[in-house]
Ligand binder design. Structure first.
Ligand code: ADP
Ligand code: MG
Length: 596
């Protein structure tokens, strides 16, 4: 075993640099943060060759005192804190005093800085493992930092960099995120001699989002606000029609710092609840202002993560912003539980008055915030079909002329048409049109509505199953004359076992045989006319296909059940069934998407 030795300062710096400076984008982030901390109102970023040749930041901030200048390349040299307690009250982006020393360990750095208009400037030149050279220079108040030949002295590091396109993409992301966090600062971005961005200072964060992401995105964002004693949250987020396949469209800022935090992501997920299909992620900008005592910013060398004293509060606050933003736009029907949330209604803002693709709800003392043309306080037309067993909900078609119902031969209960519906409403049916036995076309006040019959039925069954599961209600089971035997794979059998209780609670009667065989003795009465084998196998497939968390047991089952049991595309429906389907759909909390 060799003897123990202390590492040299240069080795220590290189190791530290490895933690802070992973790639060109990390340099950009550290230097831009320094410029922001210096109180600059104007910051310019210049890049050559994706940052490998040159990264240059020009600011008009406070500058560095000449006497302090030699210190900037020392490790743990900072003007931003003295004692450890300061960390917990920190309002600046930096505080560890590691960035410049780390960068100087892996690149050539030049700093030209001036603290007072008219004074001479200091020019500091530092190359890895060479002494610092200090000269006199000239520039207006502010600081210019140039970083060249990044990782030239650490070939492995350079080798690990991605393609120029990828590295440049990361730099652009950092630039965009920091500029969105600081709309009051004007930013320019020049890349290989070409201007890529030029953002004027603005008070309104949405203006900056518009500059950075374009007006098509910015103008379609919804927004919600939340505040309490210790924090203030503003979220700008995309409507249901604008999502991504990953989280790259999401940015989280805490006290203007761009961070990653699982709980804020969770907050978004909760806010969107089951509105989005799996694997789709909303675009969102989350701004949190919080008392610095309530966070720990010192948990990551590159300050990428922070910890909250009360993580729970954060995700709830973010979730509330989303729910309230949607509610303000009438996308989500408020549920009783939600409205108990003590949320300050005054703090809700919206970015826009009409949603693309949806109709503006009529105002007035409307109870439901349902957003189709016909409002709840409109007179029900003679043909209005009372929604069985529920308070009157706004069916968008209630003002349309109706035609007398002509009984059809094929109207057996493929979708479990309720008895009450059959008896009460037979004579007054709305003349919907079924296209390709798949879509239901409806004439509504302002145009045409197209409903995918499978998706609609899925949504209805999903909400019904969820309610039933949580209320412990069990629908009637129809015993099968001829039980159906299913041979499953081990994985499928495991799923059936896992969700055995849910199957029972939703009206299925199953029996496990030896091996991986399962016998279906009964199905929910509402589905008695459906092909049993196909329905149950599809449910099992759905259960197996998608993953679920410990808290998603009911939801996962309900969506699998809904998918397997819903009527399919290609299924002819009677007018009576279509009326029933549409009516049930618009009694749903979220009639706009299927649970997937
Ligand atoms: P930290 O930001 O954690 O303090 P850095 O290594 O990033 O550490 O910077 C060291 C110090 O150099 C800062 O505390 C600050 O005093 C000074 N400094 C760096 N960049 C600038 C700048 N653009 N304008 C003014 N001062 C700067
Ligand atoms: Mg810094």
């Amino acid at each position: 075993m060799p003897r123990i030795r202390l590492l040299t300062a240069s080795t220590v710096n290189k190791i530290a640099a490895g933690e802070v400076i992973e790639r060109p984008a990390s340099v950009v982030k550290e230097l831009m943060e320094n410029a922001i901390d210096a109180g600059s109102s104007k910051i310019i970023l210049e890049i050559k060759d994706a940052g490998k040749t040159l990264i240059k930041i020009i600011d008009n901030g406070c500058g560095i005192e000449k006497e302090d200048a030699p210190l900037v390349f020392e490790r743990h040299a900072t003007s931003k804190m003295d004692i450890i307690e300061d960390i917990y009250a920190i309002a600046t982006m930096g505080f560890r005093g590691e960035a410049l020393s780390s960068i100087a360990a892996v690149a050539n750095v030049e700093v030209l800085t001036c603290t007072k208009e008219g004074d001479s400037a200091a020019l500091l030149i530092k190359r890895p493992s060479e002494d610092l050279v200090v000269k006199e220079g000239a520039r207006a108040k502010g600081t210019t930092i140039s970083v060249s030949d990044l990782f030239a002295n650490i070939p492995v590091r350079r080798q690990f960099l991605s393609t120029d396109t990828a590295e440049l993409g990361r730099i652009t992301n950092v630039f965009t995120a920091l500029s969105v966090a600081h709309p009051e600062i004007s930013f320019r971005y020049i890349c290989d001699g070409k201007e890529k961005a030029n953002y004027q200072a603005t008070e309104n964060p949405l203006n900056r989002i518009r500059d950075a992401y374009g007006s098509a995105l910015a103008d379609s964002l919804l927004s919600g606000k939340y505040s309490d004693e210790i924090l203030e949250v503003t979220v700008f987020f995309s409507n249901l029609d604008l999502t991504r396949a990953n989280r790259t469209g999401q940015s989280f800022f805490v006290n203007r710092r761009l961070i990653e935090n699982k709980n804020m992501e969770r907050g978004l997920r909760i806010g969107y609840r089951d509105l989005l299909p799996g694997g789709r992620f909303p675009i969102a900008f989350v701004f949190v202002r919080i008392n610095p005592d309530e966070i720990d910013v010192n948990v990551h060398p590159a300050k990428r993560e922070i910890r909250f004293a009360d993580e729970e509060r954060i995700h709830r606050a973010v979730g509330k912003c989303i729910t309230e933003g949607f509610r303000a736009k009438s996308i989500v029907r408020p549920s009783a539980a939600d409205s108990e949330n003590a949320l300050n209604k005054e703090s809700i803002t919206s970015t826009q008055d009409t949603l693309p693709g949806l109709y503006e709800p009529k105002t007035g003392e409307q109870k439901s915030t349902f957003s189709f043309g016909a409002s709840t306080n409109a007179h029900p037309a003679p043909g209005h079909v009372p929604a069985s067993g529920s308070e009157s909900k706004a069916n968008p078609f209630q003002e349309l002329p109706v035609q007398p119902f002509v009984p059809q031969q094929s109207s057996e209960a493929k979708i479990g048409v309720g008895e009450q519906f059959k008896n009460d409403a037979r004579q007054y049916l709305i003349p919907y049109f079924q296209l390709h036995n798949t879509y239901i076309l409806c004439q509504i006040k302002n145009g045409l509505l197209m409903i995918d019959q499978h998706v609609a039925h899925e949504r209805i069954l999903y909400e019904k199953a969820l309610k039933g599961l949580s209320a412990g209600e069990r629908p009637v089971t129809q015993q099968l004359l001829f039980p159906v035997m299913l041979e499953l794979t081990a994985e499928q059998k495991l799923m059936v076992d896992t969700f055995f209780k849910a199957f029972e609670q939703t009206g299925f009667a199953l029996r496990s045989l030896s091996g991986n065989c399962v016998v279906v003795d009964g199905v929910p009465a509402a589905h008695k006319d459906q092909p049993v084998k196909q329905m149950v196998l599809e449910m099992v497939d759905e259960l197996t296909k998608n993953s679920f968390g410990p808290n998603d047991y009911d939801k996962h089952y309900a969506s699998s059940y809904a998918c397997g049991a819903a009527i399919k595309a290609g299924q002819p429906l009677s007018l009576e069934e279509i009326n029933y389907l549409v009516d049930m759909l618009f009694q749903c909390e979220n009639p706009y998407t299927c649970p997937h």
